[in-house]
Design a protein around this ligand. Sequence first.
Ligand code: IVH
Length: 694
Amino acid sequence: MTTVEKEIEALRDAIRHHNHRYYVLDDPEISDAEYDRLFRRLLDLEQQHPELATPDSPTQKVGAGPIETFSEVRHRTPMLSLENTFSDQDIRDFDARIKRFLMDESPIEYTVEPKIDGLAVELVYEKGALKVASTRGDGFVGENVTPNIKTILAIPLTLTNKKDGSPLPDLLEVRGEVYIELEPFETLNRERVDKGLPPFANPRNAAAGSLRQLDPRVTAKRPLNMFCYGVGTMDGPPCETHYERMLQLQKWGLRINRPYIRICETPSEVTDYCHHLEEIRPRFPYEIDGAVIKVNRLELQARLGEKSRSPRWSMAYKFKASQETTTLIKIDVQVGRTGALTPVAHLEPVEVAGVLVRRATLHNQEEIEKKDIREGDRVIIQRAGDVIPEVVKSIPSMRTGREKKFVMPSSCPVCGSDVVRKGGEVVLRCPNPNCPAQVKGSFRHFVSKGAMNIDGLGEKILIQLIEKDLIREEADLYTLTLDDLLKLDKIKEKSAGNLLAAIEKSKKATLARFIYALGIRHVGEFVAATLAKQFGGIERLGHATEEDLLAIDGIGPQIAESIITFFDDPRNKNRLNRLMQADIELEAPSLPPASPVAGKTFVITGALSSLTRSEAKEIIAGQGGRVASSVGSVVDYLVVGNSPGSKLTKAQDLGIPILNEDAFLALLNADKELGDSGIEGIGELASVKSAPAP
Ligand code: IVH
């Protein structure tokens, strides 16, 4: 080996080691700057000696530097598209055509699965190692997006045959759809709008834009996911059906949409399942735009072959369009509980994918200008799953000349205060915390289902209560009397009594709901539950320092800052005090009380000899405790393994109890002796998603 080769090898080993410390063990040994130096040195050497570059070098993984352009990849087997059908009759015709072609009237078995609305990619694995990944392109030649694909967590860099020992094929071309789920898509767009960047039109564009980044570090930050749905060229092991092949892919570690792949014996079972998928479509956490029907037997697929652009053995049943054209009557400006001004389009009512749509969000002034949307325009609107409908674009060719351009107001349409734009934000805000719109918004949030859940306190009653000055802040709800309520229009004694009972009932709330109800910016239901679990009481949360908050998994600087600002504000302190005086009884999260681990926060440093770090995390979580990544004052124990890092000194400084591995195991086992360790099933719980039942 030459000196350069030796240095490259040593750098790769070191970087792999530090990657493992950082990404897997969560316990880096060197600073980011030192890591960057090693990485840059390796990149330089590989660039100077391209003959020494290898696909398994850490430079090819997450975090690799940008590339100039995409190179081309020719697909060994063309990536075809699918013929579309829209009716049950089309499906029966498809079945009849297949039987005619095969000259055999025997029943055909089909598989039916959701058609994911993302972009098609091909992954090429050689002897189980991911070598090349490409987009579909024109079906024959696509773009080489390997470094970007490697950043997607759902895609394995190497296949495994540990489950059944079946030999891995020398060559395997896997095809599938890369996509972004709806919720992360919304978050991504909100972040873009906040930064003044144009939002993506839909999750598909967001996925395509994210995958076609020249800098894989950008792709790595995007929430991309993938379902595999087929193979191109593959040598062995043989399978009889498409379904078996999918299961084979799953065993090798590839992600398939298994719960929704259904085997159908007759054309009417096929149509039934297509309708079922269309019905549950709004409940999928990602966009599906149809169902894909495939002949299940691979031997029949081979006999059927393909036409010029699409296979004879498969067909896409497309769902009803989720874009429609309508007239935008006028644009209104709504003021939310945080004071944000949002333009909203009032539309000529139109049905989009089965739902009557009257209003659609327009995000902000820049969006309106970019899409050139005017009052009176004909516009295209769309609904993506459960997401709020939005205006995609105007159709300028249909203008009559009477359309009016829209400008955001310079004063709040509700209270008249001059609107402000905070540094770096695109949104305009009403700065008046007493603005009736903000007050109403806060009340709506406070009484909503996920918060204090006060039944029967709808918008109309809230508005009257505010206008009659019966309520100014949340605590006022708890001093309302029957007489107060009877002053309102259209409220009789019985419903007033029910409402009072509902208000009384809401006094018993969980801590998580209460935290959420406070309406702290960036604190949604999930974060609120995390905070409740961590702090166990509202006072402890109120006293948390930034460091305490940042030590919690899932809490970043933005949330931490928002929590601190909230509790620092004297108005909020007063609001809270008054609420606490209303005898609200907060129930802290229930934790298995038998375990001494329950409710405690651990930090682990150094390597443990009898457990991996993730096993330790699972056991702690199973007993109701949690693991933080850095030492702060909310940490209850530091667990120290071999060669501990700087966390040990910090914990000693803060006087945090330190456990060696034996003491830690004894603490964990104290619970086992009491019976249920609560460990089983954690993995399953953690992976539960809100997908509808198949
Ligand atoms: S099978 C020969 N299965 O739909 C093509 N495609 O219009 C075999 N798609 O380019 C494709 N979900 O990108 C298949 N479950 C699924 C799919 C799926 C989405 C996409 C794919 C393809 C397009 C065809």
